[in-house]
Structure formats: structure tokens, C-alpha cells
Design a protein around this ligand. Structure first.
Ligand code: PSU
Ligand code: MN
Length: 290
């Protein structure tokens, strides 16, 4: 099985686009021989796998799904809320349900200091949860709206293995690489599964971050990317946007300012991560049954 995240659908992609992406991710996982389980909380109940109607409810304009990190789950259960799950909460629920592989777009990380960031301790719970939850997260690194250098350092401190999938560079989400290298590289799903299986023998209980760069034909133009990033950071500062609202606001700015190119990059990289996750899940299942 492959777990899929719902915050990227409810809060990371615009309504009108998100449902088609959610359905496509499930098809991609099935085509690679695995079973998809999109995770969310509906009416206060954690759901491991959504039906088509439930996926449509999550993706509807004005659906009012809260963004739930791991710390929010208890409140959402008790108060009967609808909520989309982040990497932190999706990984937690996947692990609880016995699903070991999870695909998403970008991991949360350490925010740049503007106005939030290192100085105000805006460090995504994704990093801590990944250090405590033994699932494989396939993603395209972290967005350049984050402090990539600091995020890479925190992953090292928290003992989370970072494995490049066909790359030596830590991916920058919209861009295939960054100034940071990955400590380990594999070039096939079978090799990735072997690393995961061996890592599971190492005490500590950390997950594995398998980083897969955006397919080359969908990479964003570097100059456009740098301009959107400068403008977006300025906007966040001026409007004093904080906390969990920062990522959705910056994503919306990229989508509007790039004439749709960032949306295409985002969609294609998540789809490719779903494919890789499914191939790794299949390889893990095959090696376990040998
Ligand atoms: N990256 C994306 N789209 C998203 C997110 C990340 O391209 O929607 C979401 C993920 O759910 C991730 C979360 O877990 O943002 C991190 O949010 P925060 O920084 O508030 O922890
Ligand atoms: Mn945050």
C-alpha cells in the first residue's frame, strides 16, 4: 500500500485542480501495482483511504477542512472536525494503520526568517515526526520558500536518512537540485527498498526520506523561480502571515505568478513521487515474501 497526503490537495492546490490530481495519484499508484490510501479526517474519524465522493468532499471549494498536523489529531477527533493531514499526521496515521510507504510533494522544513523562521522557531513538525515514525516518505525535497540548508541540518541531527533517488543533490521542489548534496544515492526502486529494509533493522525508529527531483521537462525556469520567491517573501512579511498559513499563501503566490507553470511542476512531481513510492512498496513486498 501507498499512503497519500490530503493537505497538498486541500491547501496546496487550487480547487478545480486538486480533485483531478488526487484521482490521478491514486491511478498512478494502482498502475505501478500498489494500493493507494489517501488519508484525511472526516467528521472526527481518521480515514485510511477515501472513496471518490469523500475525495471530492475534501477537494470542494470552501470545503473548510482544517490543516491538521500530528498535534491537532486529538482535538479534531474529539470535536468531530473535518481535516486534511500534513506529512506529519499522514505519516503517523499510515504507520498506525501498518502502511509503510507514503508519497507527497514537498516535506515541511525550517522556515526562512521573514517574518517567521529560525528566529521565531517555525520548524515544521514534519521533521520531528519523521524522526520518530518508521515510514518511507517519497518527496521532492523542500520548497525554496524554506531554509533548505537549515532543514538538511535538522534532518541530520534528527537521524533521518536522506536518500537521493537518481540524484546527488537535495531537490528544491520546483528545481531539480539545490546547493546541498544528499548523503546517499540509489538508482532504482529495488535499491531503495533494500536500503529501507536494512534501515528498519537499525534501532531508533526514524523514517526514511527518499528524495525524487521534479521530472526535468517540468522544472521551473530559475529566474522566474527566484523572482517569485523574492516577491512571495515580501508579501508574507507585509501581510504579517504566520504559522501554518505561510506555506499555502506562498504556494498560491507561485501558482498565480508563474502563469500555471508552478502548478504543472507541482502536479507532475507529486505524480512521479506516487509512482516511485508504489514501485518501492512493491519491491519491499516482494523482498519480504522471498
Ligand atoms: N508542500 C507542498 N504542498 C503542501 C505542503 C507541503 O508542496 O501543501 C504541506 C504538507 O502537508 C506539509 C505541510 O506537511 O505543508 C507543512 O506545513 P507546516 O510548515 O505548517 O508544518
Ligand atoms: Mn510552521
Amino acid at each position: 500500500m501507498v499512503a497519500l497526503e490530503s493537505t497538498l490537495l486541500a491547501h496546496g492546490l487550487p480547487p478545480g485542480r486538486n480533485l483531478e490530481v488526487g484521482l490521478r495519484l491514486e491511478r498512478v499508484v494502482r498502475a505501478a501495482g500498489a494500493v493507494p490510501a489517501t488519508i484525511a479526517v472526516l467528521d472526527g474519524v481518521a480515514r485510511i483511504g477515501l472513496g471518490a465522493d469523500e475525495l471530492a468532499r475534501l477537494c470542494a471549494p470552501g470545503a473548510g477542512f482544517a490543516k491538521l498536523s500530528r498535534r491537532d489529531l486529538g482535538a479534531a477527533y474529539a470535536l468531530g472536525c473535518d481535516g486534511a493531514t500534513t506529512v506529519a499526521s499522514t505519516a503517523t496515521l499510515a504507520h498506525q494503520a501498518g502502511v509503510g510507504v507514503f508519497a507527497t510533494g514537498g516535506l515541511g522544513g525550517v522556515h526562512l526568517a521573514a517574518p517567521v523562521g529560525a528566529a521565531s522557531w517555525d520548524v515544521s513538525a514534519d521533521l520531528d515526526v519523521l524522526s520518530q515514525t518508521p515510514v518511507v516518505v517519497v518527496c521532492s525535497g523542500v520548497k525554496s520558500i524554506l531554509d533548505i540548508a537549515a532543514t538538511v541540518e535538522v534532518l541530520e541531527t534528527r537521524s533521518v536518512p536522506v536518500i537521493g533517488f537518481g540524484t546527488d543533490s537535495f531537490p528544491g521542489f520546483y528545481l531539480r537540485g539545490s546547493a546541498h548534496s544528499v548523503p546517499w544515492r540509489v538508482d532504482s526502486a529495488v535499491a531503495a527498498a533494500a536500503v529501507v529494509a536494512a534501515h528498519r533493522e537499525v534501532p531508533g525508529g526514524a523514517g526514511v526520506l527518499l528524495v525524487n527531483p521534479v521530472p526535468v521537462e517540468f522544472e521551473l525556469d530559475v529566474e522566474l523561480h527566484d523572482r517569485l520567491l523574492r516577491e512571495g517573501m515580501e508579501m508574507v512579511r507585509e501581510r504579517d502571515i504566520r504559522g501554518k498559513d505561510v506555506t499555502p499563501a506562498l504556494l498560491a503566490h507561485f501558482h498565480e505568478g508563474s502563469g500555471g507553470a508552478s502548478l504543472t511542476a507541482n502536479t507532475e512531481l507529486v505524480a512521479d513521487n506516487a509512482r516511485v513510492a508504489a514501485e518501492v512498496a512493491v519491491a519491499l513486498a516482494q523482498s519480504a515474501s522471498r
